[in-house]
Design a protein around this ligand. Structure first.
Ligand SMILES: [Cu+2]
Length: 257
C-alpha cells in the first residue's frame, strides 16, 4: 500500500518512488481475544489483512486456504469453522475455539494468495499466535508445520514491554540466514511515527536465522519474515509473477505497572 509520504506527492514522483519502495507493510493479523485463558474457555481469533501501525486500510481476504491449531502435539484443522468478521473495512474472518485443558495452543492461518498489483506479486502471509490455557507454559514452542515459520525462542505468553523477543526464521525446516523481518505493532495508543521508517521497522536475522527485537511499548507486536517463493504464480493479467511468502508471529507485550 502507498504510505503517507507517497500519497502526498505528485503522481509521477509517487509512482517512481513506489517502484523503488521496499515491500509494503501488509500484515496478516491473527489476534486472539486473550493470549492467556487463566480458567480455560473460549478464545476468539480475528484475522484481518491490514496495516497494524496505521490501523488500516484493510485489504479483502479471500476465504483462507487453511486455519487450525496445534494443541498437545496434535494438529486440528479448523478451516470449516471460520466465520466472516464484519466491520473491519474489508473481508476478514474470525475463529472461535474452546481450550478446556491446560496447555498452549498455536493457532495459524494460511491466507489465500493476495494479488498486489502495486507490487506486481502475490502475497501469502502464514500467520500464527500462541494462546495458553490455565497458565500452563507448555506447548508454546510447538511448530505449526508451515512452509515458512518463525520458531520463537522467547515464550510469547510471558513478555513485558521492554523485553526482547527472539526467534528463528525457518523455511522448510531449516533456518534462513539474514532473513529480512518487518516489525509493526497494533497502534491503538495513536503513537506518532517520527517518519515512515518507524511505521514498519526492518530488522534482519543473523547468519543462523535468529533475530531479536526489544518491544518498547505494551500491545500486540507482529514479526513478518519475508522470503520469495521458489515457484511463480500467474497474475490476473496472465503473467508469471513472484510470490512473497511471509512467516508471521504475533506476541503480546504487557505493560510494566
Ligand atoms: Cu500495504
Amino acid at each position: 500500500m502507498l504510505n503517507r509520504m507517497t500519497r502526498s506527492l505528485p503522481a509521477g514522483l509517487a509512482a517512481a518512488m513506489l517502484a523503488a519502495a521496499p515491500a509494503a507493510a501488509h500484515f496478516q493479523e491473527i489476534l486472539p481475544s486473550a493470549d492467556m485463558l487463566p480458567e480455560g474457555g473460549e478464545v476468539e481469533l480475528d484475522m484481518v489483512f491490514t496495516h497494524p501501525f496505521e490501523g488500516g486500510p484493510a485489504m479483502d481476504m479471500a476465504p483462507p486456504a487453511a486455519a487450525g491449531m496445534v494443541f498437545h502435539g496434535e494438529t486440528t484443522d479448523l478451516t470449516g469453522a471460520l466465520e466472516p468478521l464484519p466491520g473491519r473495512g474489508a473481508e476478514a474472518y474470525r475463529l472461535r475455539q474452546r481450550l478446556d485443558e491446560p496447555g498452549a495452543a498455536v493457532f495459524y492461518v494460511e491466507p489465500a494468495p493476495y494479488w498486489e498489483p502495486a507490487e506486481g506479486k502475490f502475497i501469502i502471509h502464514y500467520s500464527k499466535v500462541v494462546v495458553d490455557a490455565f497458565g500452563s507454559g507448555e506447548g508454546w514452542d510447538a511448530m505449526a508445520g508451515l512452509p515458512v515459520e518463525i520458531m520463537p525462542l522467547s515464550q510469547p505468553t510471558s513478555l513485558w514491554a521492554g523485553n526482547v523477543f527472539s526467534g528463528v526464521v525457518m523455511r522448510d525446516g531449516a533456518p534462513v540466514p539474514f532473513a529480512e523481518i518487518e516489525v509493526e505493532f497494533v497502534n491503538d495508543q495513536g503513537i506518532a511515527a517520527p517518519n515512515d521508517l518507524y511505521i514498519t521497522q526492518v530488522i534482519k536475522a543473523d547468519a543462523n536465522g535468529t533475530f531479536t527485537y526489544a518491544m518498547p511499548v505494551a500491545g500486540w507486536w507482529g514479526f513478518a519474515a519475508l522470503v520469495e517463493a521458489d515457484a511463480p504464480m500467474v497474475s490476473p493479467e496472465g503473467e508469471e509473477v513472484p510470490v512473497e511468502l511471509g512467516a508471521l508471529i504475533w506476541v503480546n507485550a504487557k505493560a510494566v505497572e
